[in-house]
Design a binder for this molecule. Sequence first.
Ligand code: NAG
Ligand code: NAG
Ligand code: NAG
Ligand code: NAG
Ligand code: NAG
Ligand code: NAG
Ligand code: NAG
Ligand code: NAG
Length: 338
Amino acid sequence: MAFFAVFQKTLLLAFLSWRTFQSEVLAEYVSLTPESLKVSTNSTCQCLQLQWSIHELPHHQELKMLFQMEISRVKPSNVIWVGNYSTTVKRDQVLHWSWESELPLECATHFVRIQSRADDAKFPELSIWSNWSSWEEVHVQHSLGPNTLLVFPKNKLVEEGSSITICYISGINHNNITCYLHDKLIYGVQLDSKASAFKLNNVPFIRKSGTNFFCEVNQTDIKSGATFFVSKVLEEPKNFSCETQDFKTLKCTWYPGVDTGLDWNIQPSQSYTLFESFSGKKQNCKHKNSCNWKITQDVQETYNFTLTAANYFRKRSANIIFNLTHRGETRVLTAYCA
Ligand SMILES: *[C@@H]1O[C@H](CO)[C@@H](O)[C@H](O)[C@H]1NC(C)=O
Ligand SMILES: *[C@@H]1O[C@H](CO)[C@@H](O)[C@H](O)[C@H]1NC(C)=O
Ligand SMILES: *[C@@H]1O[C@H](CO)[C@@H](O)[C@H](O)[C@H]1NC(C)=O
Ligand SMILES: *[C@@H]1O[C@H](CO)[C@@H](O)[C@H](O)[C@H]1NC(C)=O
Ligand SMILES: *[C@@H]1O[C@H](CO)[C@@H](O)[C@H](O)[C@H]1NC(C)=O
Ligand SMILES: *[C@@H]1O[C@H](CO)[C@@H](O)[C@H](O)[C@H]1NC(C)=O
Ligand SMILES: *[C@@H]1O[C@H](CO)[C@@H](O)[C@H](O)[C@H]1NC(C)=O
Ligand SMILES: *[C@@H]1O[C@H](CO)[C@@H](O)[C@H](O)[C@H]1NC(C)=O
């Protein structure tokens, strides 16, 4: 018995020192510093798109990791955003992450860097922050002529009540530039010697053809402008009901509320679809306030309809359940949503 206990203890010690050895090897040789960081811009989403990898991840290892990102504007020391991203990383995997900028990316140079650490219960010893990657610089506007004045964003779509940031970038002295929102003088915040930004909160819907913003240089004919589009907030369909006169077709109707369509197909009017959960059938509605539904010959009694309105920003639904019990009778069957 005593021999067995000693043997067991030795074995345990051997195992422990192997574990310690393994941990030391990992901690000593593994640098989890993010490498090959590349940053590109996507003007559609006004995003910085990052990709990077961890070169020295141990062989055949998957590691839960935490990344910390820093984003600066104009100069590296001016950090405007810090955030975390957590994921499981495999060896040689290219990681992706993106960040949406309030400010149009054309108006300022941005800088990005990342650091990382393991966030994995299996490797507590790797849970220390790596070095930062070097700053990666991103600029969209490469050269700017002395008489250039450019306004961004172009044709952006936002929802009523949300916010939008507009900016200009120019080689001309700020004091000589004046800007107007919907023909009213507006003052911005200077970002650097070239650019200014205008943050508009709680934007109202003015018209379907968009809201105009423009800047001009005093005593010259240099001007630049942009239009942004404000969508009304999509409403839930109201008074959704279905009825049939002939038990062949159900006619479903509703009040659609405001039309959220905008000019130049920036946003089409909201679409409506009808879904019936027992049959699993779905139908796109041709009209904005009604939809015809064929009653099939099989003996479905209970109908559970979900009417969904959708636009670029939102989906809103209304639901009704009813029994189509009076098959063959001539009176009108009507069902209203609860
Ligand atoms: C961090 O950077 C310093 C200085 O460049 C270097 O000596 C050190 O080895 C780096 N550490 C890691 C874990 O890469
Ligand atoms: C840019 O962003 C849009 C909208 O998020 C996305 O659909 C598109 O795939 C992105 N383009 C690239 C090149 O990643
Ligand atoms: C990121 O994670 C670290 C470590 O868990 C935490 O200290 C920090 O507050 C987090 N930062 C943000 C912006 O969530
Ligand atoms: C430019 O015009 C605006 C509006 O007329 C005026 O307020 C501003 O003082 C002018 N700036 C210069 C430098 O002339
Ligand atoms: C800008 O304003 C300054 C004085 O404030 C003036 O000397 C200069 O000529 C102006 N430039 C332009 C392009 O109007
Ligand atoms: C919906 O129906 C209710 C009661 O039947 C009625 O009071 C209301 O005015 C209707 N709503 C609309 C938008 O017509
Ligand atoms: C009716 O359909 C909706 C949407 O598919 C579902 O969430 C709900 O549970 C259904 N109700 C019944 C009673 O089947
Ligand atoms: C529909 O009929 C079924 C069975 O006849 C019944 O259990 C159910 O409560 C009825 N539902 C409605 C909404 O009338």
